[in-house]
Design a protein around this ligand. Structure first.
Ligand code: ADP
Ligand code: ZN
Ligand code: ZN
Length: 735
C-alpha cells in the first residue's frame, strides 16, 4: 500500500495521510510534487512530503487524493530541503511554510509551465516591400520601419515602447510581410561575455583584492561579510563578482531590503548586464510573479533581484547569493512564518554549496560575531571609492538652547552656508505626520488611540489624527475631549511640520518631503527622486525611507534633528539600531565630489556610545556592544525565542502563557531560562491584549529541542483556540 504524506496549508503542525488517486497505481510519485486533496469540505493543494507504506489511520478511513498536479517536484532538491529545515527551525507548520514559499498561482494549483513569449519579424516579402508606398497607411509604415530597425525581431514590450499597436501587426501578418516566432532566451545563443558590459571603473586596490579573494573561491560554500562605508564601492564589487559567476554559466540571486528595491538599484544591474534579469517587487501581478519564478527555475533568468521572499526563488544553476544591507530589519518577516531571509540565505548557500556575500556599512552584531567565530570571512573596504571623501561629523549640544522650529542656530547657520554653495541638504527626522502628540494646554489631556496603548499622531494633509500602530483615524477636535477648553495644541515635530517651518525660515528655497505619506501614490517616489536629482529641491526632509539605498550626489549636509530617541531606547538592540541608522543617514552626505558634513543634534553629546562610534568607527563600537551583550547573556551569545499571545480579553493571554510556562518547566533541563509571562511593551494593540514569554538559552540545540514538542503541546490545549499565539525564533523586535 502506498500512503501519501501531504503537507497542507493549515495552522496544524502535522502532515496528512492520503491514498494515491485511483488510476495512478503505476505512476511514480516524487516528494515535492503538488497534489490536490479533499480537506474538510474543501479541496486544497498540498505538497507530497513522503510516500509511506502504512498509516496510523485504518485504511478505510483514508481518503483518496483527487489529482496529482505535477510530474516532477516543483522545487529543486536543495531548496526543498531548505524549506523543510526552515519549518523545523522556526517551529512553523510545514504546510504553511511550503505554500508561502511558492508564488500564489502555484499555491492555487496553477500550471508550472512558462508561457512562450512570441515575437514578430519581417518575412522575405516584408523586407522587399517598398516602404515609401505606404504613405497612406502611416501605422503600417511605422511598424515596418520599427521592424527594419530590429532585424532579429521585436517582442510586445518593444512594440509598446515604439508605439506600435498589436492589431497593426496582425494586418501585416495577414499580408505575409511579418511572421511570428517563439523567442528563445537569448543567453543560450549569445556569448555570455558580450552580455556583460566591461566596467569603465578601475577598481582600487582594496576592491581588487576583495574581488580576487571571492573569485578564487566561487566553487564552494563560503560566507563573506563585506564591510565598507556607504560609497566605498560594495555594489561595484557585487557587480564584478556576478560577472564572473555569469561567465561560468551560473546564476546570481541578489536580496535587497524592501526600501532599497528602487528603479535606481535595478538600473545599475541592467546597465551592466544584458542577460535576462528578473526583479521581484511588490507591484508585480500574480502572473508576472509566476513568470519570473519560472524563468529563474528554468535558467532563463540569469540574475534574480528581490526582497526577503526572493530567498525562495528556485535556480537551475545557482552560482552566488548576495545580500545587500544585510543588517536591515526587513529581511525578517514579522508575522506568520517569521523567518530571517539572511539566515535562510546562508543556510541555502551551504545546501547549494555556493558562496554568499553579505554586505553592509553597518553589519549586524550577529554577523560580526560569526566573523569572530570564524564562520564568516570579513572583507573590508576602508575608503570611499572614486573621488568622494569621508564626511565630517559635528555633534551639537541642544541642551538649554533656543531652538527655532526644532533647529539649532548652529544648524541654521550651516544650512545657509551649504545653500549658498549650491549644496543640497538632507534633514532626517524619524517621525512622519505633523506632530506626534495633540494635547490640551488647560488640563493636560492627550489624544490617544481607542484601540491601542498609544498616542495619536496629528496629520496636516489630510487633516486628521492617525494611529501609526493600527491605522485608526479620527477627526481633529478643537475642543479638549476632557475639559472642553479650546486650548488643544500640537506638541513636537513630524516631517509635515518641519516642512512648514523650513519654508518660513528659508522662504525662497524648494523643500521636498519624503516619507510614507508623501510617496504613497504610485509613481510619487520616482517623481520625487527624479526632481531631487535634477536639483529642483535644495532641502530634503525625510524619515528613514531616505536613509537607505538612494544615491544623492548633490547632498553635502545631512542633519539628524533628534538623536536622543535612539540613544535612550529601552530595547537591548536599541544602540545597535541607532548606530546603524546614524551611519546610514550620514552616508547620504558627500557621495560625489563635494565633501560632506553631518550634524547631529542631541541632549546627550557626551553619551559614551555616541562618542565611541564617532571617534573609533562602527567595528570598534560593535566590539563594545558585543561585550555588553555577552555580559547580559543576550544574542548573539545567547539564543532567544519569544512566545507571543493575544486575545480580546485582558486575562487570557497571561493565563495561557502561565500554562505554557508550567508545561515548559516540566520539559527543560535547566539550561533554558524562562522569563515571564509579562504583558507586551504595548499591551493593547488594535483592540487586542498581548503578552509574551521569553525563552533564553546558551545552547541553540537545547532551545530547539524544546520548542517543537512545546508547540505541539500548546496546540492541544483547549485554550489555544481562544487566543492567537505564535513562536518567534531569533526575534528581532521584542514588541
Ligand atoms: P556602496 O555600494 O558601498 O555604497 P557603490 O558601489 O555604490 O558603493 O559606489 C559608490 C560610488 O562610487 C558609485 O557612484 C560608484 O560608481 C563609484 N565607484 C565604485 N568603485 C569605484 C572605483 N573603483 N573608481 C571610481 N568610482 C567608483
Ligand atoms: Zn483639557
Ligand atoms: Zn491604534
Amino acid at each position: 500500500m502506498r500512503v501519501l504524506r501531504i503537507a497542507i496549508p493549515t495552522p496544524l503542525r502535522r502532515v496528512f495521510d492520503y491514498l494515491p488517486p485511483k488510476g495512478s497505481e503505476n505512476r511514480e510519485l516524487m516528494p515535492g510534487i503538488r497534489v490536490r486533496v479533499p480537506f474538510g469540505r474543501r479541496e486544497v493543494v498540498g505538497i507530497l512530503l513522503e510516500v509511506g507504506t502504512n498509516s496510523q489511520l485504518p485504511t478505510h478511513k483514508l481518503k483518496f487524493a483527487s489529482i496529482i498536479i505535477d510530474d516532477k517536484p516543483l522545487l529543486p532538491k536543495a531548496l526543498f530541503s531548505l524549506v523543510l529545515w526552515a519549518a523545523e527551525y522556526y517551529v512553523h507548520p510545514i504546510g504553511e511554510v511550503l505554500s508561502s514559499s511558492l508564488p500564489k498561482l502555484l499555491r492555487l494549483g496553477g500550471a508550472a509551465t512558462l508561457k512562450q513569449q512570441l515575437g514578430w519579424r519581417l518575412t522575405a516579402a516584408g523586407k522587399a516591400v517598398e516602404i515609401t508606398k505606404l504613405a497612406r497607411a502611416p501605422r503600417q509604415f511605422n511598424a515596418l520601419r520599427v521592424l527594419r530597425e530590429h532585424p532579429q525581431g521585436v517582442n510586445s514590450h518593444d512594440l509598446k515602447v515604439a508605439n506600435v499597436a498589436i492589431p497593426v501587426m496582425r494586418v501585416l501578418v495577414q499580408k505575409a510581410w511579418v511572421e511570428q516566432f517563439t523567442i528563445k532566451s537569448d543567453y543560450q545563443d549569445a556569448q555570455v561575455a558580450t552580455l556583460v558590459k566591461p566596467s569603465e571603473l578601475i577598481l582600487n586596490t582594496e576592491q581588487q583584492s576583495v574581488v580576487a579573494k571571492v573569485s578564487a573561491e566561487l566553487s564552494h560554500f563560503q560566507t563573506w561579510l563585506l564591510h565598507g562605508v556607504t560609497g566605498s564601492g560594495k555594489t561595484e564589487i557585487y557587480l564584478q563578482v556576478i560577472a564572473k559567476v555569469l561567465q561560468q554559466g551560473k546564476q546570481a540571486l541578489v536580496l535587497v531590503p524592501e526600501i532599497a528595491l528602487t528603479p535606481q538599484t535595478v538600473a545599475r544591474f541592467q546597465e551592466r548586464f544584458t542577460v535576462p534579469i528578473v526583479v521581484f517587487h511588490s507591484r508585480l501581478t500574480d502572473r508576472e510573479r509566476l513568470q519570473g519564478w519560472l524563468q529563474a527555475k528554468t535558467g532563463q533568468a540569469r540574475i534574480v533581484i528581490g526582497t526577503r521572499s526572493a530567498v525562495f526563488t528556485p535556480l537551475l544553476t545557482p552560482g552566488v547569493i548576495i545580500i545587500d544591507e544585510e543588517h536591515d530589519l526587513s529581511f525578517k518577516q514579522q508575522s506568520g512564518f517569521r523567518y530571517c531571509a539572511r539566515d535562510l540565505a546562508v543556510a541555502r548557500a551551504r545546501l547549494e554549496n555556493i558562496p554568499i556575500m553579505l554586505g553592509s556599512a553597518t553589519p549586524s552584531l550577529e554577523s560580526l560575531y560569526n566573523v569572530k567565530r570564524k564562520r564568516y570571512q570579513l572583507l573590508r573596504l576602508h575608503k570611499r571609492a572614486g573621488k568622494a571623501i569621508k564626511p565630517t561629523f559635528h555633534v551639537v549640544d541642544i541642551r538649554k538652547q533656543q531652538l527655532q522650529h526644532g533647529l539649532s542656530e548652529h544648524l541654521i547657520a550651516m544650512m545657509k552656508n551649504h545653500l549658498s554653495r549650491d549644496g543640497q541638504i538632507l534633514l532626517f527626522i524619524n517621525r512622519r505626520g505633523f506632530a506626534p502628540v495633540l494635547f490640551c494646554h488647560a488640563c493636560g489631556w492627550v489624544a490617544e488611540c481607542k484601540r491601542c496603548d498609544a498616542k495619536l499622531t496629528l496629520h496636516f494633509e489630510p487633516h486628521e489624527l492617525r494611529c501609526h500602530h493600527c491605522g485608526n483615524r479620527q477627526v481633529v477636535t478643537r475642543e479638549c475631549l476632557a475639559c472642553n477648553a479650546q486650548q488643544v495644541m500640537p506638541l513636537g515635530f513630524g516631517t509635515e511640520r518641519l516642512q512648514q517651518a523650513i519654508t518660513t525660515i528659508f522662504p525662497n528655497i524648494k523643500v521636498a518631503r519624503i516619507d510614507r505619506d508623501s510617496t504613497m501614490r504610485k509613481g510619487a517616489m520616482q517623481k520625487l527622486l527624479t526632481d531631487i536629482h535634477a536639483g529642483k529641491h535644495q532641502i530634503l526632509i525625510g524619515t528613514q525611507m531616505l536613509a537607505k539605498g538612494h544615491h544623492f550626489p548633490k547632498v553635502t549636509l545631512v542633519a539628524v534633528l533628534y538623536a536622543d530617541g535612539g540613544l535612550l531606547s529601552a530595547d537591548f538592540r536599541g544602540t545597535e539600531r541607532f548606530a546603524q541608522l546614524l551611519l546610514q543617514v550620514a552616508g547620504r552626505a558627500g557621495r560625489a565630489e563635494q565633501p560632506g558634513e553631518v550634524l547631529i543634534q542631541t541632549h546627550h553629546p557626551q553619551h559614551p556610545l555616541l562618542q565611541h562610534l564617532l571617534a573609533d568607527g562602527y567595528l570598534s563600537f560593535a566590539d563594545t556592544v558585543l561585550a555588553e551583550r555577552q555580559q547580559a547573556q543576550f544574542p548573539p551569545y545567547h539564543y532567544l525565542a519569544l512566545i507571543r499571545v493575544e486575545a480580546l480579553n485582558q486575562q487570557q493571554p497571561l493565563a495561557f502563557l502561565q500554562q505554557t510556562r508550567s508545561i515548559a518547566d516540566t520539559m527543560h533541563s535547566g539550561d533554558v531560562k524562562i522569563l515571564g509571562p509579562v504583558p507586551a511593551p504595548m499591551e493593547r494593540l488594535a483592540g487586542r491584549y498581548r503578552a509574551q514569554l521569553l525563552l533564553q538559552a546558551s545552547n541553540r540545540r537545547r532551545l530547539q529541542n524544546m520548542l517543537q514538542p512545546l508547540a505541539v503541546r500548546l496546540e492541544q490545549l483547549k485554550q489555544s483556540r481562544q487566543v492567537r499565539w505564535s513562536i518567534d525564533v531569533d526575534p528581532l523586535e521584542m514588541v
